[in-house]
Design a protein around this ligand. Structure first.
Ligand code: PEP
Ligand code: MN
Length: 688
């Protein structure tokens, strides 16, 4: 009997050995598979115009796995799930081979919200693990805001934040953070959330009196929690913190409290796992975005997605028109949602993800078109797409030529960069329309903006407003901050001037226009005026333009005195690239060898600009002429050339004007000008 004892100690032993053997083989086979995947990746990487993803091949592999699995008595869905993981990993390996981002040798610092072991921490490590960097350092922060702050002050290079969950929907705070700080999305990660019930060692299901976790996790495990009668739910700051609290918390918690968290957090904080897959739905995925201060250009051979945020005029058909742009360009929408604008109740920002890379011709065309129907548009970024359709397909690969012209790569331009052939004339449908209070600029309307060069007193601007309104002006101008050639000349009334201008505008029901000279003045000027003007002297002030690109108010951009049309448009591009699409170009004369006029009005720039851009164009004949007698004929010429409006200086008592006296129209001049303009505008079939 004795010898048998040795063999029969554990009948499971040989069977377990069989399993261990199979596992070892499995790992070796996986390593072999990934080795082959890597070789395929290197070959693909050398072909510049081949998309990385072959969806049809992936589907064929899936089918054969299912068939083989069934033939061997395994479940086909199980086999597909395993394959999904393998394919995911394979794809990331190939991406890392061709991706030049996150260059080798760099140390990358990434922040996330939560503690080690949280889903955010796990997703960060997974996403950056595929980048070819020497080292990734991770820091957990207590809130989304803290992650944003760390990114802005340079403490970290990237922040990974959750934007939506397949059960709970979108995470508004994160979307707000991205918008408020104009952050760029440079990558995404889809994380399969698998909640477990973790308890201190020795605690049994029946001992539990309370279960703590992040509120979203508690909601996701509703059915399980409902089955645990008389167990309290304790909302906690995050899932990993709930787990940690059981390791470090008071002794009582260690006897009767559990946490819902990731399996990794349970292990990390020395807890036992009592139950797995607690969520009500089997599929529980969170989508994270990797945020950075600068945009990154992913390799266009990857299947990409582009995120953007836009706003449209509050008028009928505006949103439909914006969305039609994508359909017309055959660009697929992957997500759309809206967020209210707290400062303008019942108006919304729209967040859209589309398939494709900004460098792809379809999307570039769609975005160019989209600019004509939005008041605000910002590209948040193009990045490799990780979302999959139910059939296992990734979002349709939208392959783009890798060499997109640099100027259109980040934000497609108003300007066609190719010198020839000449761009086709833009149709009315493709032009921007601006709604400024009751005034419509563009779309067959003609707008007269008039008023004094400078606001000189309360009475002067009130008298001026009354005069220009009666003559037919629909908007009021008046400088409060004046950019004077001589430092000894009148510099404007500043804040008091803004106040008087606002009062006059209100009283005579005209939106107001005034110049802003510095970045610091923007908030003050915005608080008082409806349209901000950038003067000719500031057209090259790119820092000012960048800031104005972020605001939600129309901007009149005047052409610099020595700026070519292209430079003028590139200055406008600073505003547009920042997201502000409410840009009005203003031709005001350029400096030439001719000295008989203050500047030479470049009338030809009106049709030239119409050909090159969708933006409305107005003309300032006053600063071009510098002489009131010449203002009227120049104004008529500008209207005849197709300008969408005029901005003309007029003073109730020109002889008293403190600024640009020689060019200020009086009431009679103004009436004469309007009488000349009316038939021209009518002949063009435009509304005034
Ligand atoms: C103005 O409009 O008052 C002005 C200063 O114009 P510009 O910048 O075109 O010289
Ligand atoms: Mn002036």
């Amino acid at each position: 009997m004795e010898p048998n004892l040795v063999l029969s100690t554990d009948p499971l032993e040989p069977l377990r050995q069989e399993i261990d053997d199979a596992d070892r083989q499995l790992i070796q086979i996986l390593a072999r598979r990934f080795d082959a995947v890597r070789k395929v990746g290197s070959v693909k990487g050398q072909v510049a115009d081949q998309p990385l993803l072959d969806s049809d091949r992936e589907l064929r592999v899936q089918d054969s796995w299912s068939r083989d699995a069934e033939a061997l008595g395994l479940s086909a869905p199980f086999a597909r799930r395993v394959l999904k993981e393998i394919l995911n990993h394979s794809r990331r390996m190939q991406e890392a081979l061709i991706e030049k981002r996150g260059s080798a040798g760099r140390v990358i610092r990434c922040g996330y919200q939560g503690l080690p072991g949280s889903y955010s921490a796990l997703a960060s490590a997974h996403l950056l693990g595929h980048r070819s960097v020497t080292e990734s350092r991770f820091t957990g922060y207590p809130s989304f805001q803290e992650v944003g702050k760390a990114l802005l002050n340079g403490e970290i290079d990237y922040g990974l934040l959750p934007v939506e969950n397949s059960i709970g929907g979108s995470i508004a705070d994160v979307n707000r953070l991205i918008c408020d700080h104009a952050l760029h999305i440079v990558d995404e990660e889809i994380w399969q959330v698998e909640h477990v019930l973790a308890v201190p060692p020795g605690v049994k299901l029946g001992d539990l009196r309370s279960i703590r976790s992040h509120p979203a996790a508690l909601t996701q495990c509703e059915t399980f929690l409902a089955s645990m009668e008389e167990v309290k739910r304790e909302p906690w700051s995050d899932t990993a913190a709930a787990a940690m609290s059981l390791q470090e918390g008071p002794a009582r918690d260690r006897r009767d409290t559990g946490a819902i968290c990731s399996a990794e957090a349970a292990t990390m904080y020395g807890l036992d796992i009592l139950s797995r897959n607690l969520a009500d739905r089997e599929c529980n995925e969170t989508r994270f975005v990797l945020l950075a201060l600068q945009p990154e250009q992913p390799d266009p051979r990857l299947s990409c997605k582009t995120s953007l945020v836009f706003r449209v005029n509050h008028s009928e058909g505006s949103l439909v028109r914006a969305l039609t742009v994508f359909a017309d360009a055959r660009v697929n929408l992957a997500r759309i949602e809206s967020r209210p604008l707290p400062d303008t109740p019942w108006e919304y920002l729209f967040f859209v993800d589309v398939e494709g890379h900004t460098g792809s011709p379809n999307l570039a065309a769609a975005l160019r078109e989209l600019r004509t129907c939005c008041t605000h548009l910002r590209l948040m970024g193009s990045y490799p797409s990780r979302t999959r359709k139910q059939d296992g397909h990734l979002d349709r690969p939208t392959f783009a030529a890798p060499e997109a012209p640099a100027e259109v790569a980040v934000c497609p331009m108003v300007l066609e960069t190719a010198p020839a052939p000449a761009p086709a004339p833009r149709t009315d449908r493709a032009r921007s329309v601006l709604h400024i209070g009751p005034v419509i600029l563009g779309e067959g309307h003609f707008v007269l903006i008039s008023g004094p060069c400078a606001v000189e007193s309360r009475q002067q601007i009130l008298d001026g407003a009354a005069m220009v309104r009666a003559a037919g002006a629909t908007m009021l101008r008046g400088g409060a901050f004046k950019p004077r050639t001589s430092p000894h000349a009148f510099q404007g009334l500043g804040a008091a001037g803004l106040d008087y201008l606002e009062t006059a505008g209100r009283q005579f029901e005209m939106p107001t226009v005034t110049e802003v000279l510095t970045i610091e003045d923007i908030p003050l000027v915005m608080a008082h005026a409806d349209v901000l003007q950038v003067g000719a002297r500031n057209m090259h002030n790119f820092a000012l333009l960048k800031e104005l690109g972020r605001i939600d108010k129309p901007v009149i951009l005047k052409r610099g005195m020595s700026a070519t049309v292209k430079e003028f448009l590139l200055a406008a591009e600073y505003l547009l690239a920042g997201g502000n699409l409410q840009v009005i170009l203003c031709e005001r004369g350029i400096r030439t060898f001719e000295t008989s006029t203050r500047a030479t009005l470049d009338v030809s720039s009106v049709p030239v600009l119409k050909r090159l851009t969708h933006l409305p164009i107005i003309v300032d004949p006053s600063h071009a002429a510098g002489d009131r007698e010449l203002v009227v004929p120049l104004a008529l010429a500008a209207a005849a050339a197709g300008a969408d409006g005029l901005i003309v200086e007029a003073h109730p008592r020109p002889e008293e004007a403190l600024c640009d006296q020689a060019q200020a129209l009086n009431n009679d001049d103004l009436l004469k000008m309007v009488a000349g303009l009316r038939p021209i505008v009518a002949a063009q079939g435009r509304i005034w």
